[in-house]
Design a protein around this ligand. Structure first.
Ligand SMILES: [Zn+2]
Length: 447
């Protein structure tokens, strides 16, 4: 079974479905064709309905629905994206679209994010179709385009135009099953229950244009923009402790003083650096973050700029609102209030699924078979994923996977969107087996 996942993964990597964020990039149709060929005659089964949607030429998604034997049983959707982010080839030791196996690792863009899990989902779905006994509830496999650019040609489009295709009670998608510290048997193991939201904003700064040969006393928009960037970077928003955070902290096995301080909003920021390589993640999971990333001012060398813009990538925690974003920006940018205007109204709320559901418990049971002493490190994704669209439809969505001890969380996260993305064969095997155990149950047929 895992060999099938490996060769399918290699084929998906080689198709190089690179999403540059432009409508004509991605070309996910190649991966849809590869998956259709992999399923082959299984798609002819009377229990199976297959849909391919293609809202823009080449931007295809494949949805395979296997009818369950009990219409009242919970349905489960396996949601895998088939696009990948671009590469800078010069930084790679082996071809980024080679799918080559070197020292027990499959190399290539998408190996970690998230073609391995997508391939495993296809393998498990094919198993369920070929099994003599149909799954208990409906099993849906969706290989979707455009996750890496917001889902406008993938899950977002499908949910808007054909939500029935993806409707399910439970959903498994990327980012879970990674050990925090593989050197200890009782390491935390990640399970994703949600993700942060987004509120991109633009600050427009007004100055007074003047001749650059006489800069003394000028009111350059570039100067104000620079001060604004520094103010935003040097004044992080105050921490907020949400229910998942103490659970995540307890999975870190810190000394009790540090652990207590980390869940106390008054002391959290001061002890965050003690998390070392996980401090950045810890910060993101406990703060609204404001990252001023695109700064523009000036058109011509001899003109002091009268206008500047600063684009902010703002990520909000579950529960935080647009009003919270506005209030925070007002507070930090108060000294410049007479020279700025803020535009942008896009807002995607942070979102979570409950812990303790039947699927959640089943995932933990399966983790425990492979890592008996590991404890759940419950967390949310600092970035966005397609999971938010399904949570908005009312499904319980969890980040899943099962990764070997060779790839601890810090290293796993370092490989996302980075040079030399690759995954070891043991992680492919673990992910495939664990997914089979969660979805198909012990008997090998769908539960
Ligand atoms: Zn991904």
């Amino acid at each position: 079974m895992s060999d099938e996942t490996t060769s399918l993964l290699q084929a998906l990597i080689r198709n190089a479905a690179v999403n540059h964020g432009t409508p004509d990039s991605g070309n996910e149709i190649l991966n849809v064709r590869t998956l259709e060929a992999y399923f082959g005659e299984a798609l002819e089964s009377p229990r199976v309905t297959t849909d391919v949607v293609e809202p823009h030429p080449g931007r295809a998604s494949l949805i395979v629905r296997v009818a369950g034997r009990d219409a009242s049983a919970r349905s489960i959707l396996l949601l895998g994206h088939i696009d990948v982010v671009p590469v800078e080839k010069a930084g790679w030791m082996h071809g980024p679209f080679s799918g080559e196996i070197v020292d027990g690792e499959v190399w290539g863009r998408g190996a970690v994010d998230m073609l391995t899990l997508t391939a495993a989902m296809a393998v498990i779905t094919k198993r369920a179709i070929e099994s003599e006994q149909p799954p208990l509830g409906d099993l849906i496999f969706a290989a979707v385009a455009d996750e890496e650019a917001g889902g406008d040609f993938g899950t977002g489009w499908i949910v808007e135009h054909h939500p029935e295709l993806l409707r399910a009670d439970d959903v498994l998608t990327e980012q879970g099953g990674v050990l925090l510290d593989p050197s200890r048997a009782d390491s935390g193991i990640t399970i994703g229950i949600g993700e942060k939201g987004r509120a991109p904003r633009r600050i427009h700064v007004t100055g007074v244009p003047a001749h650059a040969a006489v800069p003394w006393g000028s009111r350059s928009a570039a100067e104000a923009a620079s001060e604004i960037v520094l103010a935003l970077l040097r004044n992080p928003a105050p921490p907020m402790v949400l229910p998942y955070w103490p659970e995540f902290v307890s999975a870190l096995h810190l000394d009790s003083d540090t652990a207590e301080a980390l869940v106390d909003p008054e002391r959290l920021d001061a002890v965050l650096p003690e998390l070392g390589s996980l401090a950045g993640l810890g910060h993101a999971l406990t703060h609204m973050t404001v990252s001023p990333n695109v700064v523009r001012a000036g058109e011509k060398l001899n003109v002091i700029p009268g206008e500047a813009t600063v684009d902010l990538d703002i990520r909000v925690l579950p529960g935080q609102t647009e009003a919270d974003v506005d209030a925070w920006l007002r507070q930090v940018l108060e000294p410049w209030q007479d020279v700025i205007r803020i535009s942008g109204s896009e807002f995607t709320p942070g979102n979570t699924s409950p812990t303790g559901t039947e699927l959640y418990n089943r995932i933990l049971e399966v983790f425990a078979r492979h890592y008996p002493d590991a404890i759940p490190a419950v967390g949310i994704g600092p970035g966005g994923s397609d999971g938010r669209f399904l949570r908005a439809l009312g499904a319980n969505v969890y980040g899943f996977g099962l990764i070997s001890k060779r790839l601890p969380l810090v290293e796993f996260r370092n490989r996302l969107h980075a040079h030399n993305e690759r995954i070891d064969l043991e992680s492919i095997d673990l992910t495939t087996r664990a997914l089979a155990e969660v979805v198909l149950g012990d008997a090998g047929h769908a539960r």
